[in-house]
Design a protein around this ligand. Structure first.
Ligand SMILES: Nc1ncnc2c1ncn2[C@@H]1O[C@H](COP(=O)(O)OP(=O)(O)OP(=O)(O)O)[C@@H](O)[C@H]1O
Ligand SMILES: [Mg+2]
Length: 376
């Protein structure tokens, strides 16, 4: 680093923020890039990214954007979040960068229901704007985030427009992302067969070995902190390969070392690692586990509490049912909903496990508090 430049924490535990190194996603990145190179008709130009909070969906869409903008051929990128009115915002963005479409035909900013006439117009306008954006051999990438919350009408209007522009052999790509519930609610919805053909990218944990080499490299090369292999492994294991946790742990550990070294380059010691992990754990609870639990209905929470008694091991579904004073059939809908929400995953026939690390510890340590909360 040149003299005079301030040494900054290289880890980025912030939603949507590009990490210092994108760990374990090379395959997806390569596939997307190749899809752009391969021209209209390449399947990777229609891609859906799903995963629980903090697995890197927004970052993945950001990476797709970067790839498109770095292509030799000129690509326009429009990135939106699927909150109400997103279809008109996309239309506006397209009109801003290219010839505007007739203002009287703009769709409403209403997210709820567009009504059939408005819906048709909205889709037509989008299609027209996309056709203009892809004239003269220009490419167009649209990314849409948080699709689990999207209005069905707006998603459909956009999907139909994209489908038409693809059929015209234009250079268009559409990448959308959301929580796992998006797949059942939006993608497999009755009329959106087009979205069902999207290449699925299911983001989950990244390999611990890759986490270790990335943490080591980031600490040394960008963060200017020496660190020995044993400590690197301790950090990587504590991250459980969860992308957000990797950043949290790296950030807190680097910060502890930096402070102890008098705000200068130096070396990470075991005390920094332990302090870093502890702080990261409590932030993780507040930022990932508690928000995830807020979306869970009381009986599903009971299901997870019953699972947590197995202390880090997968739970037998019949044992969980028995703990709840029921049988398999009686609790199967809770299990199904938890799986759909990406909180619980199958762990072989007749077994389930938590999909988010540290969730079971959290539930065990606050069992009484949670049960009392459910009574009120
Ligand atoms: N492949 C990766 N390697 C390392 N860190 C990553 C990776 N992907 C994401 N991160 C980090 O994880 C954190 C969460 O990323 P991001 O906000 O993209 O997740 P998300 O899935 O969109 O979460 P949410 O559902 O809350 O929107 C960020 O701090 C980001 O820097
Ligand atoms: Mg996100």
């Amino acid at each position: 680093m040149p003299d005079g430049q301030v040494l900054q924490n290289p880890f980025k535990p912030t939603a949507g923020k590009m990490p210092p190194e994108l760990i374990g996603r090379d395959e997806v990145v390569d596939e997307f890039y190749e899809g752009l190179l391969n021209g209209p008709g390449a399947p990777e130009r229609l891609i859906r990214v799903s995963g629980v909070r903090g697995t890197g969906k927004t970052v993945m869409l950001g990476e797709f954007k970067r790839i498109a903008l770095n292509m030799e051929q000129k690509w326009t990128v429009v990135s939106e979040t699927a909150s109400p009115g997103f279809s008109s915002r996309i239309l506006e963005a397209l009109s801003r960068s290219h010839a505007p479409v007739d203002a009287t035909l703009q769709p409403t900013a209403l997210g709820a229901s567009l009504g059939s006439v408005r819906f048709e117009r909205s889709s037509l306008n989008l299609r027209e704007a996309m056709m203009r954006a892809t004239e003269k051999n220009r490419g167009l990438l649209i990314t849409l985030d948080e699709v689990q919350d999207a209005s069905f009408d707006e998603t459909k209007a956009l999907a139909i427009a994209v489908q038409h522009v693809i059929a015209e052999d234009r250079d268009v790509a559409f990448a959308f992302a959301g929580l796992p519930s998006m797949v059942s609610e939006i993608v497999n919805g009755d009329t959106l067969t087009f979205l069902r053909r999207a290449v699925p990218v299911e983001l989950s944990m990244v390999p611990i070995g890759d986490v270790a080499s990335s943490i080591e490299d980031t600490m040394r090369r960008i963060g200017r902190m020496e660190i020995d292999g044993r400590l690197v492994n301790r950090l990587a294991t504590a991250s459980a390969g969860y992308p957000f946790m990797v950043q949290l742990i790296g950030y807190q550990t680097w910060q502890a070392a930096f402070r102890r070294c008098g705000r200068r380059a130096g070396a990470v010691l075991p005390c920094d690692v332990e302090a870093g992990i502890e702080k990261a754990r409590s932030r993780f609870d507040a930022m990932v586990i508690e928000p995830a639990l807020q979306r869970v209905a009381p009986m599903e929470l009971r299901y997870m509490l019953a699972m947590s008694l197995d202390e880090e091991k997968p739970s037998s579904t019949s044992a969980v049912a028995a703990r709840m004073g029921s049988d398999l059939a009686g609790v199967s809908s809770y299990r199904a909903r938890l799986m759909k929400a990406g909180l619980v995953e199958s762990a072989g026939r007749g077994f389930v496990a938590f999909a988010i690390p540290y969730m079971d510890q959290y539930l065990r340590s606050r069992r009484d508090e949670i049960e009392q909360g459910m009574l009120v």
